[in-house]
Design a protein around this ligand. Structure first.
Ligand code: ACM
Length: 654
């Protein structure tokens, strides 16, 4: 997502988010425990049914896992061995022989248990034994993830932890997912992430029962897949000039600046990632984003363009190349497209698809299709000839011509064709699977037209968006708070659920320069999305979810996975009083917090004035500082809001 909004629009959208948040919180203000109350059972995503029983199972110092199917269940066994031994320092072994003394039993059903399907499980914990039963290895693996969440949080530690009583509350859990496609998209094109970093990302997502990792592998800023026969894609296309700051507005690069920032995956690297993900029941969906977002490919092979000036193009380093002022599709300042009227493009794509299809066993291949600018095509003689020859009426139909040919290539190599929702505009074949991003309504429309749909709308699922006010977040196009993400329902009313494969969150990385920030953007919104795609819709409850979220913050901290504390930051809304004064409202996403503030430039603590009603900004003030507390404990970040910024957000009427 690259829609660039002015700061006035950002503040407007945050203003409307604030209102949404208030409504959401009112709707679910029933049946609440205090957010910070620690419950012994705090599972994310919330299981279908949990029955708590008396007592605990205490891990012995020598833990025996028993299963009669050790080959089928090797992933679950390996996971348990690693996770149960490292933090406890205990000895963990497994046996295939029937055993009366086994502590953990993993049971694959002999007869299919229809209630739990291919990914569900039963987990029973008694004082004597833990039993996980499932129809398939995936279900056992998810049962194991739930078991980890029933253990003390220190089970997430990467080293031994002393003085913990390693016990599990006795429970009966039956659990299975609401939807089959539970994805996260990780953009490794805008910024490159190493193979180990991608594994780290996978490790975090499997805790929350995600089963699809969509890798966005090509874009204007980098081509990340080795393709045999096209070596320049990775010699040239994988590298740009390192810049930091506000992406999109970097100073244009100079010829003498080294192009040594980036990287790519060899085909062997990608196969290793596929295997790593598969061992954790995650499929990798590869995305090659064409015909737009293709500057890295064009800079490597200018003959793929129909624009003669492409010989001078360079891989983008974050400088401005698009004019977004009139929306999508943007006006391109350089032609970052593969030319639909150029036969070399189809030869190229045939080679790329054939190799990508062999690396990734997943049945779908995502071929992008988003935000392709049409303004260069409008002036390209070859395109105009193509339109005449093929009777194409407009540029959407030109893109559709391209997409239909591409679908045939993808099908020839044994894959199902998936693309972003723009491809619907010129008409595509019904077998195209649509990933809906611009708005839920495109996914709804696609499902009505009997396309398979994955919902990943900006309104709920864009993990690159800011989680709180831009004064505390790295600035991106728009805001999306946790409570709003939690409202995501991938199967809206009025849609035939059989067309909705599932949902996913998308982490674009223009502004994400390192893996710690990738984690920060993903969690806790990744919890909310996981619950939206796994848990029964009727069980969703914000306050209950947030109480569990806080416990998982502690788990992530021990696992050394970064998360955003932005949910504790108040929401600023500003307007003018009748006599022109600034009036600031502070809303909270988390009810049981207090907000303290100052206008005198000093740092507020819980001895300062407490926010109880909208604040009138004093005449000479130049800074509003706020911080949230729970009781006597500071919990939010110090937020420094310049009055100048408030003035911009509520300009004086002329
Ligand atoms: C997208 O965000 N351009 C799919």
């Amino acid at each position: 997502m690259k829609l660039l909004l002015s700061s006035a629009l950002i503040s407007l959208s945050l203003g409307s988010l604030a209102q949404n948040t208030v409504v959401a919180t009112d709707e679910i203000a029933l049946n609440q425990t205090a957010n910070h109350a620690h419950s012994e059972i705090a599972i994310i995503p919330e299981p279908v049914t949990i029955t708590k029983q008396d007592g605990h199972f205490k891990l012995p110092e020598s833990i025996l896992i028993q299963t009669s199917k050790p080959t089928e269940l090797k992933q679950a066994i390996a996971f348990l061995q690693e996770r149960l031994s490292v933090p406890t320092g205990y000895f963990v072994s497994s046996t295939a022989a029937a055993s009366n003394t086994a502590n953990i039993r993993l049971v694959l059903t002999e007869r299919n248990d229809a209630a739990i399907g291919a990914e569900g499980y039963h987990l029973q914990v008694t004082p004597q034994q833990i039993t996980i039963t499932a129809n398939k290895p995936a279900g056992i693996f998810y049962g194991v993830q739930t078991l980890m969440q029933l253990l003390p949080k220190e089970i997430e530690s990467k080293e031994e932890v002393k003085d913990v009583t390693w016990k599990v509350p006795c429970v009966n859990i039956t659990d299975y997912p609401r939807l089959g496609w539970r994805g996260l998209m990780f953009d490794v094109a805008r910024h490159f992430f190493t193979k180990d970093e991608v594994k780290q990302y996978i490790d975090a997502m499997v805790r929350y029962k995600y089963n699809i990792l969509h890798l966005h592998l090509t874009d204007d800023e980098g081509w990340r897949i080795e393709i045999k026969g096209y070596p320049k894609l990775t010699e040239v296309g994988a590298w740009n000039v390192k810049r930091v700051g506000s992406f999109g507005n970097f100073i244009p690069t100079k010829p003498e600046e080294p192009r040594n920032y980036g990287g790519f995956y060899t085909q062997e690297d990608l196969k290793e990632l596929v295997a790593y993900a598969k061992e954790r029941f995650v499929n990798i969906l590869p995305e090659v984003d064409v015909p737009g977002h293709s500057l890295a490919a064009v800079a490597s092979y200018p003959e793929l363009s129909c624009t003669p000036d492409a010989v001078n193009y360079k891989v983008r380093s974050g400088e401005r190349i698009m004019d977004w002022s009139r929306g999508v599709p943007p006006l391109a300042m350089v032609d970052n497209t593969l030319c639909p009227a150029n036969e070399k493009v189809y030869e190229f794509l045939d080679t790329v698809v054939s190799q990508v299809a062999k690396i990734f066993p997943f049945e779908y291949m995502h071929m992008g299709g988003d935000e392709a600018p049409h303004n260069f095509w409008e002036k390209t003689p070859q395109i105009l000839e193509l339109m005449k020859r093929e009777n194409l009426k407009n540029m959407h139909q030109v893109q559709s011509y391209f997409e239909r040919r591409l679908e045939k290539i993808v099908a020839k190599h044994g894959k199902r064709f998936m693309a972003w929702d723009e491809v619907l505009e010129g008409g595509v074949s019904q077998s195209t699977a649509v990933m809906s991003w611009r708005d839920m309504k495109y996914g709804v429309q696609a499902a009505k037209n009997k396309h398979e749909v994955v919902m990943s709308p900006t309104q709920y699922a864009y993990l690159d968006y800011m989680q709180a006010d831009e004064i505390t977040e790295p600035k991106v196009y728009k805001g999306l708070r946790l409570s709003k993400t939690y409202q995501f329902d991938p199967v809206p009313d009025g849609v035939d659920p059989k067309y909705i494969k599932g949902g996913q969150g998308n982490l674009w990385t223009e502004q994400v320069y390192n893996i710690r920030q990738a984690e920060y953007q993903t969690w806790p919104r990744g919890f909310a999305l996981a619950e939206s795609v796994w848990s029964p819709k009727e069980k969703k409850n914000w306050n209950n979810f947030f109480a569990r979220t806080e416990q998982h913050f502690e788990r992530l901290a021990i696992a050394e996975t970064k998360y955003a504390p932005s949910v504790y930051d108040p929401i600023f809304t500003v307007k003018r009083t009748a006599d022109g004064k600034l009036l600031v409202t502070l809303d909270k996403e988390v009810e049981d917090l207090d907000i303290y503030y100052s206008f005198d430039n000093s740092f507020p603590d819980h001895f300062y004035p407490k926010y109880t009603e909208p604040l009138v900004v004093p005449i000479d003030a130049n800074m509003l500082r706020v911080i949230t507390y729970r009781g006597k404990k500071p919990i939010g970040r110090m937020m420094n809001m310049p009055i100048e910024e408030l003035n911009k957000r509520a300009p004086m009427k002329k």
